[in-house]
Design a protein around this ligand. Sequence first.
Ligand code: 5GP
Ligand code: MG
Length: 192
Amino acid sequence: MTARKAHQALHRDLERVLVSQQAITRRIRLLGKEISQTYGDREITVVAIINGAILFTADLLRQIASPIRLDCIRVSSYLHETSSLGPPRILDTMRIDLENRDVLLIDDILDTGKTLSAVVEVIRKLKPASLRTCVLLDKKGRREVEFEADFVGFRIPDRFVVGYGLDFAERYRNLPCIGILKPDLQNPPEWA
Ligand code: 5GP
Ligand code: MG
């Protein structure tokens, strides 16, 4: 099966496309410029939250002109649910030093704010020179903890989305666009 056919099959599971592949590409180019202007020649220590931020990080870093060091952190995920249960846990932490570094924390989506605020708390303890956050998507209406990201790709409505790194039960991450998953494919159904 070709990639095109595979994507068409995944597309059929979407109620609608929210952010097209072209829109993602265009926005990431601008975000890269904005970030490059913010840091200039200073080295950025990027910490990406996996798995969700993998695709976004890979594309964004190639649009940043500043020197970069990269590491990842793994935080407990939704697994087979579309809403998180309990506080996020750090499952696998960074290996590189962050002390006195300019840290840029990247995630796929800012939703309740719990994940980013928990990771920010962990990173602050490591005494970085600066700490900024960047998310591809922001569901502002869903915030439970006060949190604003420094760099935001798109503000989106309060719907469960998949694609471009975002998953449902580890699937759909390879969709090149971002879309709303059909309600009957979601679990639990109250997210419909
Ligand atoms: P928060 O802790 O802000 O509620 O949620 C952040 C995490 O929840 C993200 O890293 C992402 O993994 C997950 N998440 C939140 N909303 C969505 C969504 O609409 N779709 C998917 N696939 N994941 C989401
Ligand atoms: Mg995530």
